[in-house]
Ligand binder design. Structure first.
Ligand code: ME8
Length: 511
């Protein structure tokens, strides 16, 4: 049997500003998926990186008074730092100013040109630098302040007149609709799919794919007065990292990507333009694009004018990394919008982690340490209650898998918490502290069964809380194989366990 592969991406983040909660969110979600698929034994390729060209980045560099490349170097380093702090396990970090990417962009441009999908014309219309997007007039409105804004995003637009190369997007309407039809799971969630479908059904205009009014971009091959439109440049990152244009590269085995994770505001680029570019170049489109919702902070939209972009790193220092990762993926159903507040963070951490998982682990492991010789206790004659809990533990990976396939992180976590509640109820009902005097062999069986449940929790929760679950599995003396497959083995009775320490302290921060 050949090993299944899984190629997952985050958007590449613009280097016009510092990384914030929103970027950390997408990266954490992608990381949990990458780690989950590795646990399943798949050959995973996980890509993240930075989007460094275009007018917006050029303007930010100018405002900072430094050259765009130097500016991009600084901010890209900050994004790499955020990934390190968040324990993001990417296999590659791509920067669009790298030579491999220039080569890849120019190669796909030539392919599109050879295939007759590019022509020279002139663009005259609205452009929003903040969104790096062209808009039809009907997609904008003039506000009382005399400025015209894009309706979808609220970004100011400006009138642009310049020579431009165009991509014959209009010719792809039927092909795209046929692709969506044949691949019902291509765009998720369903509401987004409907939005994209109606956009494509309403008819597609050709797309301007080069700019001449600034130079911070990848030169159009054969006509260096033009730089490529930053979204064409940016989307191509996903094939560059897979080795394009070298389709014999070992990494090309990962293409097509299994999943592009994106925020809801960039679904059109990923679900319309990107598959059309790929079809035009004779490359297979990605398998799935999933759009997630947006976080507000303490009820407010994060924005430059409010100055309330929050950096995740001080929160990690304050609350702990896995606490933040857990909160991000548990608090809001993936795909929905949500609000980030200190109050809900503190509540979650205390209720679910300190009092829930942490307490279960601590009360079980310290009891074993004190009363069962500090080893994995032997399993005696199991009773139906023991078997029921062990069966719940055995069923957990399958239940979580079903949720992970739908990117329902909160449901996957809820499955784990059902097991935690079942284990808590089991301890209370079996009362090992009482059995210590009345039936020590039975006590050991109960403790063994609790270790089975803890091992299932520790292994399956690694993608969400890698550091703390590594500690939990160390306390259970689990060997090197910590994949889902390892759960099938019986627990090795009598193996010495290290002295456990608390996993998740209660937090007392102010809301
Ligand atoms: O759009 N809530 O980069 P970008 C949740 N370079 N997620 C958020 C968020 C929020 N409030 N704010 C941002 C770009 N994000 C392009 C992408 S890909 C070929 C090019 C996340 O720096 C979310 O994933 O503006 C969103 O799509 C991404 O950051 C946008 O990052």
């Amino acid at each position: 049997m050949t090993q299944a592969k899984f190629y997952v991406t985050t958007p590449i983040y613009y280097v016009n500003g510092a990384p914030h909660l929103g970027h950390a969110y997408t990266s954490t979600a992608a990381d949990a998926l990458a780690r989950w698929h590795r646990l399943e034994g798949e050959d995973v390729f996980f890509l993240t990186g930075t989007d460094e060209h275009g007018q917006k980045v050029e303007a930010a560099a100018r405002a900072a008074g430094i050259a765009p490349q130097e500016f991009a170097d600084r901010v890209a380093a900050d994004f790499a730092d955020m990934a390190r702090v968040m324990n993001i396990s990417h296999d590659d970090f791509i920067r669009t100013t790298e030579p491999r990417h220039k080569r890849s962009c120019q190669a796909i441009w030539r392919r599109l040109e050879e295939n007759g999908h590019i022509y020279l014309g002139a663009y005259e219309g609205w452009y929003a630098v903040r969104d790096e997007a062209f808009y039809d007039e009907a997609e904008t409105a003039l506000r009382p302040d005399g400025v015209r804004y894009a309706l979808a995003t609220g970004a100011a637009v400006e009138w642009v007149v310049e020579p431009s190369y165009f991509f014959r997007l209009s010719g792809f309407q039927e092909k795209l609709l046929a692709y969506y039809e044949a691949n019902p799971g291509f765009i998720a969630p369903a509401a987004k799919r409907n939005e994209v479908l109606s956009f494509v059904r309403s008819g597609l205009n050709d797309l301007s794919i080069s700019r001449t009014s600034f130079s911070w971009g990848i030169p159009v091959p054969g006509d260096e007065r033009h730089v490529m439109y930053v979204w064409l440049d940016a989307l191509v990152n996903y094939i560059t990292a897979a080795g394009y244009p070298d389709e014999a590269a070992p990494r090309w085995r990962y293409w097509p990507a299994d999943l592009h994770l994106v925020g809801k505001e960039i679904i059109r680029f990923h679900a319309v333009y990107w598959p059309a570019f790929l079809m035009g170049a004779g490359i297979e489109p990605p398998r799935r694009v999933f759009s997630h919702g947006w976080w507000t902070v303490e009820g407010e939209k994060m924005s430059k004018s409010l100055g309330n972009f929050i950096d995740i790193r001080p929160l990690v220092d304050e609350f702990g990394l896995d606490q933040i990762r857990y909160f991000l993926l548990r608090e809001v159903p993936f795909g929905n919008d949500g609000d980030f507040s200190r109050r809900s963070l503190i509540t979650r951490v205390n209720a679910d982690l300190a009092n829930g998982l942490g307490n279960l682990a601590q009360r079980t492991l310290s009891f074993i340490n004190r009363n069962a010789g500090g080893v994995i206790p032997p399993l005696g004659a199991a009773q139906p209650r023991d078997e029921a809990l062990a069966a719940e533990a055995a069923a957990l990976p399958g239940r979580m898998r079903a949720a992970m396939e739908r990117l329902a992180f909160h449901e996957a976590l809820e499955e784990a918490w059902r097991l935690i509640r079942a284990a808590d109820a089991y301890i209370d009902a079996e009362a090992p502290w009482a059995l210590r005097k009345t039936d020590p062999a039975r006590m050991l069986t109960v403790l063994h069964t609790l270790c089975v449940a803890l091992r299932a929790l520790g292994v399956t929760l690694q993608p969400f809380m890698p550091g703390s679950m590594a500690r939990l599995l160390d306390y259970l003396a689990l060997g090197e194989d910590r994949s889902l497959a390892a759960l099938a083995a019986p627990l090795p009775e009598g193996v010495a366990l290290p002295a456990p320490a608390g996993l998740f302290p209660r937090v007392t921060g102010t809301a």
